[in-house]
Design a protein around this ligand. Structure first.
Ligand code: GDP
Length: 195
């Protein structure tokens, strides 16, 4: 995948109908502050395509970015910020579940986890949802520039163990700062598009 063009095409709130994009979709999920906006911006080489979260948890929307008129990158709302109300958390859960459940075009879900931390209970829940929906989970370990190269294998192992990843589930160390992992991620998208 060589990105030439990317456009924010649909924004879905809690109550809005999901768009029929008619194109393959790749979703991006993760807890708030994991680096999801930075990753999306790094993928499309823009400074601020996806808003970086100045106000964590403010935007409870699903954003559809059309890439090259060919695929959609779908930015799911971040979860797990401490101050969210129970009501907001429940609404978030319903929205994500609805999207995962009702999107025939969805090819795979990139689950972002911070490479430095053990995956949270919510990360594990998200992973299980993805698998339960029969979707392909792809793990992205963000902020890879924050650890030493020598720690990488151990971090990967911990993340896989905690999430309970099946054999063969891809895990890409990624850094928005250095763009490490960008080509690997595009390669995965290409492979999945080819089927
Ligand atoms: P989001 O809430 O998941 O969209 O997270 P953001 O993309 O807004 O990032 C949260 C914070 O982590 C910001 O301060 C970013 O600058 C920082 N960050 C995101 N990605 C990276 C990365 O790859 N490396 C480093 N060092 N910092 C990052």
């Amino acid at each position: 995948l060589h990105i030439q063009e990317s456009v924010l095409e649909f924004v879905c709130g809690v109550k809005s109908a999901l768009p029929e994009s008619g194109k393959p979709e790749f979703a991006f999920a993760g807890k708030s502050n994991v680096g999801k906006s930075s990753l999306l911006n790094a993928l499309v080489n823009r400074k601020a395509l996806a808003r970086t979260s100045a106000q964590p948890g403010k935007t409870q929307t699903i954003n559809f970015y059309r890439v090259n008129g060919l695929v959609y990158f779908v930015d799911l709302p971040g979860y797990g910020y401490a101050n969210a109300s129970e009501e907001a958390k429940a609404a978030w859960g319903r929205m994500i579940e609805r999207y995962l459940h009702q999107s025939p075009q969805l090819c795979a879900v990139f689950l972002l986890v911070d490479i430095r931390h053990e995956p949270s209970a919510n990360d594990c829940l998200m992973y299980d949802w993805i698998v339960e929906q029969g979707l392909k989970p792809l793990i992205v370990a963000t902020k890879a520039d924050k650890i030493k190269r020598s720690q990488l294998k151990a971090r990967e192992k911990l993340i896989r163990e905690k999430l309970g990843c099946a054999e063969g589930v891809p895990l890409i160390p990624f850094s928005s700062e250095t763009k490490q992992g960008r080509e690997e991620l595009f390669h995965l998208v290409d492979e999945l598009l080819r089927g």
